[in-house]
Design a protein around this ligand. Structure first.
Ligand code: ATP
Ligand code: MG
Length: 583
């Protein structure tokens, strides 16, 4: 490809509305352009990378025996009603009507469509196990699209679905998919972690996420320094290493704590440690169907810990998303403002985290304005009627750095990650509600077990840039670089030889099927601008052909990865092109 005939639209300016490095570089290098919130066009340069990554993913999937298909983006509501997700999914599911007023949605995922297909097409053990996949556009009306293609509304996903007669077979495919994802990320030379994950509203049991480590990642993951344990913080357990030492119970006393608003104020006012206090948080409750019913629920944790919202939302009588009670509601029910709440017996159900339950002689609010209780102890006979109490002990705490790993090996560290892949064991969740069965060897109808496996293809490109860039631009792993080699002509208008030699190198690269770019732009583009573009775009190998280099018999070769420059004769350049072709 010749740069003069190719759409290269780079820019030096950092776009003001791009807040992550990958978003900035993708815009500056001219890989993507924004159409509207969460909607992006992939320009020819970006599209080349997208195609290369797609090919790697497709080949990796095909190797496992998975079969590619293509399902519609537009999906009828009936299928979603069968699994109850038409009502359960929030506004992320973009619903609309066709000209006949029939309800449809834009597919955010394809469990319903694939299960519908499989219940018709697969009916015998002879056709099983089967893994079907597609690489296709998804639409999710994300509440906060951001970071460019990292969290967009329209994005490309590779989604695979596997079907089995039994759990053992599902386990095997799940393992194969996990290894396949690892090998894709290894080939991209990414630093990533496989973590235990929350299976969200897709449901099912086992679930793992693949996270590319990056400070800009939206997820927090914790992992042990001495074992394989790693988990999304949404799910992570973790025992607290430093429990304050137990003490024999003292008599509780009510203390005056006027104008105390925060736990920090409280600790300094009473000279107590944070980990000897409990925090009391009031949230909205719900009925058995998850519908808010105006009830309130109390959550209690140790003062130095924080609530894990995902864990709390999973409690059957806590409304999801987790919603704090308003100040008015709290005053009406407890008779005090939030800063003076304590876990005292009322009609409101109290869930306490184990870290709070093991405390002795702790400090908590007295449910009376301007008053706290010191030396509070759980469920003990007390001289006052201010007796701390809980109904249930549940893990509702966010794991944190320094916790002991739940497998007993090592302590936990925390890092941010970008979720680029997610695998789930769905079990029979969809197959039973949609009645997808097949006959086993004995002619007995069995409800199929299912797995599903997603890779965010477009997000993976952004994640790759987050890890692989420098101050000059993108540093692609060669296998997904839009071009592998660039040959830059300097002062081609002054020297026939520059044209001749660069064309010779260009042709030898083309003959070897190398994706090569000949920067033949005329003198309106300065040599400096050509160098900067090649670095911003991140082309792994670069030759510079200039009149001076030809006179000296030494062309400059530069490797983007190491930024190392070496001088080479034309013949050595040809040899290097041969070597690049073999890589
Ligand atoms: P997230 O927690 O980031 O919203 P998710 O759990 O909703 O992700 P899945 O439903 O498991 O995602 O989708 C599979 C993959 O699709 C994700 O691992 C991610 O790489 C990608 N993905 C999901 N949502 C988006 C999005 N809005 N933009 C780009 N990629 C996405
Ligand atoms: Mg999501």
């Amino acid at each position: 490809m010749r740069t003069s005939k190719y759409l290269i639209t780079t820019s030096k300016e950092t776009p003001s509305d791009a807040d992550t490095v990958s978003h900035q570089l993708m815009l500056r290098a001219g890989l993507i352009r924004k159409l509207s919130s969460g909607l992006y066009t992939w320009l020819p340069l970006g599209h080349r990378t997208l195609q290369k990554l797609t090919k790697i993913i497709r080949e990796s999937m095909d190797e496992t025996g998975a079969m590619e298909l293509l399902m519609p983006v537009v999906q009828p509501s009936q299928l979603w009603k069968e699994t109850d997700r038409w009502t359960k999914m929030g506004p992320e599911l973009l619903r609309f009507k066709d000209r006949n007023s029939r309800d449809f949605c834009l597919g955010p995922t394809h469990e319903e469509v694939i299960t519908d297909l499989v219940r018709d097409e697969i009916n015998s053990y002879r056709q099983l196990p089967a893994t079907l996949y597609q690489i296709q556009t998804k639409f999710r009306d994300e509440i906060r699209p951001r970071f460019g293609v990292m969290r967009s509304r329209e994005f490309i996903m590779k989604d695979a679905y596997s079907f089995h007669l039994d759990q053992e077979c599902l386990d095997q495919t799940y393992e194969v998919m996990s290894q396949t994802y690892s090998s894709i990320l290894d080939r991209l030379q990414l630093d990533y972690r496989i973590v235990d994950a929350d299976s969200g509203n897709i449901g099912g049991s086992a679930s793992h996420e693949f996270h590319v480590l990056a400070d800009s990642g939206e997820d927090e993951i914790v992992f042990s320094n001495a074992s394989d344990y790693a988990a999304n913080v949404e799910l992570a357990k973790g025992t607290v290493p430093k429990s304050p030492s137990p003490q024999s119970p003292n008599s509780p006393e009510i203390v005056e704590t006027p104008s105390i608003k925060t736990i920090t104020d409280l600790c300094s006012h009473l000279s107590v440690e944070r980990d000897r206090c409990v925090k009391t948080i009031i949230v909205q409750g719900c009925d058995q169907d998850g519908v808010r019913n105006g009830s309130l629920i109390t959550l209690v944790i140790r003062g130095d810990q924080t609530i894990n919202e995902t864990k709390a939302e999973k409690l059957e009588d806590v409304a999801s998303p987790l919603t704090k009670a308003t100040e008015e509601e709290i005053e009406r029910v407890f008779g005090c403002v939030p800063g003076y709440l304590g876990p005292l017996a009322t009609d409101v159900k109290i869930y306490a985290d184990p870290t709070a339950v093991e405390l002795t002689n702790f400090t908590c609010g007295a449910n009376i304005n301007d008053k706290h209780i010191k030396n509070a102890n759980w469920n003990l006979p007390s001289t006052t009627d201010l007796k701390p109490h809980y109904d249930d002990i549940v893990d509702i705490r966010r794991a944190c750095e320094g916790d002991l790993s739940p497998d007993g090996k090592g302590t936990l560290s925390k890092q941010r990650g970008i979720e680029v892949g997610h695998i789930f064991q769905l079990g029979k969740k969809y197959s039973s509600s949609m009645n997808a069965t097949a006959l086993d060897k004995n002619g007995k109808g069995i409800i199929l077990s299912m797995g599903c496996y997603g890779v965010g293809v477009t997000r993976l490109i952004a994640a790759c840039i987050e890890q692989k860039h420098d101050e000059k631009g993108i540093v692609w792993p060669a296998i997904i670089a839009p071009f592998l080699l660039v040959i830059i002509q300097v002062d081609g208008h002054k020297s026939e030889q520059v044209i001749e030699i660069s064309e010779k190198l260009y042709n030898s690269a083309k003959e070897l099927d190398i994706d090569v770019l000949l920067d033949d732009r005329d003198r309106k583009t300065s040599p400096g601008a050509k160098f900067a573009d090649s670095e911003l775009i991140g082309i792994p190998h670069r030759f510079v052909v200039s009149p001076r280099a030809i006179a000296d018999g030494a062309l400059e070769y530069k490797e983007r990865n190491t930024n190392e420059k070496t001088l080479k004769t034309v013949n050595e350049c040809v040899q290097l092109i041969n070597d690049i072709a073999k890589q």
